[in-house]
Design a protein around this ligand. Sequence first.
Ligand code: GLC
Length: 571
Amino acid sequence: MKPEVKPQESFPWWKTTTVYHIYPRSFKDSNGDGIGDLRGIVSCLDYIRDLGFQTIWLSPVFASPQVDFGYDVSDYFSVAPEYGNNEDLKLLIEEVHSRDMKILLDLVLNHTSDRHPWFLVSCESRDNPKRDWYVWRDGRKPGGKAPPNNWRNEIGGAGWHYHEKTGQWYWAAFLPCQPDLNYRNPEVRETMIGVVKHWLRFGADGYRLDIIGNIFEDPLFRNNPMCLTFLPGSDKPGMLFRSHVMTKNHPDTISFMKELRKATEEEEPPQRLLVGEVSGETGLIREFCGKEKPDGLHSVFTFKVMDTPFTAKGFRKLIEELETCFPDPFIPAWAFSNHDRTRRISVLGGSIEKAKLNAALLLTARAIPFVYYGEEIGMEQSQIPMKEAKDGLTPYFYRRVPRFLLPILQKISMGAVNRDGCRTPMQWNDESNAGFTSPDAEPWLPVNVNYKSVNVKSQKNDPHSLYNCYRRFLRVRREYTALSRGGLHLLSLPGLSKGVLAFKREITPVVEAGASEKPNRVYVFLNFMKKRTRIPSPEPGLKAVVSTYLDVPKVEGDSFNLRPHEGVVLA
Ligand code: GLC
């Protein structure tokens, strides 16, 4: 049978890209105020490009009271003054593009800050023109002093907030200072699609869409039913025995993804990337990208990767599930760390070997890989006391949860109670303030105490470092198109230990491989065990082209050795 030739467009840039996630407040300060900024990021673009990334994503940079550090927007059209101004953003976009890279912005469509002028007007009276821009309801019980229904927010607390002046309740899926916009109002939809288009015209290449599963709620405001889930997981959005079906992943939200996709495709150039922050069962979150065909978001984060046990068995099972739910042309987005969760190396017990293996997995999987700033040098979670936390979420828990439970909650939520620990300044060198800001400035969060040994400068010079491991795998991923475009097939070879995750990445049909001189299939072997193991070679004539160790293993005869926690690509 003749292979079907897929047109090149089936591989737009976003499908093969690699993304570096920047928390702007913490990356690089250019003006010595202790807060990272856009010009700081401009000065580090060569670093990101030379490391091998093709795209950057910035956590929110728009004007905000910064209670939730930009996830509470007070003006969707202006850059927050502490990060610079709109010209600086223009400059950053131009500088990114001049390096042949792309840039994603973070867009918070679900809610605004309670200090956004729209909300302030909405609060003035029951009949003002912006009242219906937010989700307002009468309460129950005489006098309306009980919330309209049993809906809880995403962090386990009350989601309805009483407004004395107008005697009604407003809905907030996250913190009380983040009121939800009412997407059942056509004016809101039109305005927010306008925001989407505005920054695309300004030059952004796409967006990471913040809690996008929460856009619509049940129009009849029915109670959320009971469920068996006590603690939420990435695939179980309910919590405290209450499901979130009426407030999350509503069918109207899933349909709205098509409108977002259409809005991006109406702009020139039409190839942009929309990646959603969602949680729920894998099959359901895939629907955000389209039911029968890919006509919704381009991709969604599959946060299950973060919760998966760090074993070959765990990832084999996860990959099977993802390959079933996200068959080509769908593609999931993988991130092992971000600005909300414990730093990956700390989850892995501080082991550099495991962090290297994790990098090898992330950069060889069939997914859009996202790497959080500092992950490439193994920046660790900082221990910042809850009392001193700058994170707006921490006081919310601190006031409601008994003290003795807080550390437990912090652990089981993977750092979500006090997120300062994963947001500390980037560790550039071993000088005072780790090169993040001027030596005499006070960084907005303390630099991790380990900056003298864990920093970019020392790792760049050390060929065995984690930094250089990321760099090597990123290079191989760019060179071997099978790794960025190919399908994924899990392997079970006779004699292969169960502690090794093995898969083939292959471009089919073969004609597509023309994009590269390299072979159209490669093999990946990841040894999750802390002992050596012998690997049968899947076909004759293969060579290891990259390893998490500096030197690659030699294939002798029909097998080769993998060292403890070693990951390799064979071609
Ligand atoms: C997302 C963001 C998080 C933010 C929340 C509310 O989960 O990643 O940082 O606090 O949404 O916008």
